[in-house]
Design a protein around this ligand. Structure first.
Ligand code: SF4
Length: 265
């Protein structure tokens, strides 16, 4: 898919966040050409610029706005991926990092191994952690659920490289889909170079109708578990026990389930 880059000047870069544990979000890009079919961000920013994944807004003055000193945890990014393919050419994320006040408490999240390019800048921050989203989608699963993203091995290698460079790392295990995402396997593959973990179960409602149809047709049992209260309750119960038994530092599981919500580990 050809990606249209829309260059835009904005007034602010730091946005107050309502995500638990996050004070500010920074998105130098809006939109994401990784185009994950379940992406929740498309509901947040809308598709007025065209089909999700076909366009990216680049906030061209983001580097100068990044200088601001803010208190609390800053997460980059929440409605885009800071290392999506256009970044290799535009280097907007790199410029934002270069100009950002290094006293800001920064947490970066991406699905791309391009993140290792900026290790030299990460090292300048007083407080920083770098995370990769990992799930166990491969082969047919990946082609259906996340066709445009870097393969899992590349993400795991990136985590190792970041860790070997002395940086604090985390794995965001998401989306967890019953019978598809192998949480224990992911932890075993990453535990030697990941400092802590976050877990998130797929939020089917926010993933949208198109994705729900894909899931229903191709993974009917997963769909059943996600849509029937008793099955879902048993799944979440088992997931909490599974994660607690892994002996890792887990921050919590976002279950997206009424009554449980975010479960601290
Ligand atoms: S990488 Fe993240 S922001 Fe980009 S499309 Fe996928 S889920 Fe959305």
């Amino acid at each position: 898919m050809k990606v249209r880059v829309i260059r835009r000047r904005v007034k602010t870069l730091y946005t107050r966040s309502r995500i638990p544990g996050v004070d500010w979000s920074v998105n130098q890009y809006v939109g994401c050409s990784f185009a994950c079919p379940y992406c929740y961000a498309k509901n947040v920013v809308g598709e007025k610029e065209g089909e999700w994944g076909s366009w990216v807004v680049a906030k061209v003055n983001a580097p100068e706005l990044a200088r601001k000193r803010v208190s609390g945890r800053v997460v980059m990014s929440t409605v885009s991926d800071p290392y999506q393919p256009v970044e290799a050419e535009l280097k907007l994320t790199r410029s934002v990092l270069r100009f950002m006040d290094k006293r800001n408490e920064l947490s970066i999240l991406t699905k791309s191994p391009l993140v290792t390019r900026d290790i030299d800048l990460f090292r300048l921050f007083n407080s920083i952690e770098v995370g990769l989203t990992v799930n166990s989608f491969e082969g047919r699963e990946k082609a259906l659920l996340e066709p445009m993203t870097p393969v899992m091995k590349a993400r795991i290698n990136a985590l190792q490289e970041l860790h070997d460079a002395g940086l604090r790392t985390y794995a965001f295990v998401s989306p967890i889909i019953p019978g598809v995402t192998d949480v224990s396997d992911i932890v075993e593959e990453t535990r030697d170079f990941v400092d802590h973990y976050f877990f998130e179960v797929l939020n089917l409602r926010k993933a949208g109708e198109g994705f729900e149809s894909t899931l229903r047709e191709n993974f009917p049992e997963s769909h059943r578990v996600l849509t029937r209260a008793e099955l879902f309750r048993a799944f979440i119960d088992g997931l909490i026990s599974e994660v607690r038994s892994l002996g890792i530092r887990g921050e919590g599981i976002e279950t997206h389930f009424r009554g449980w919500g975010f479960v601290r580990l």
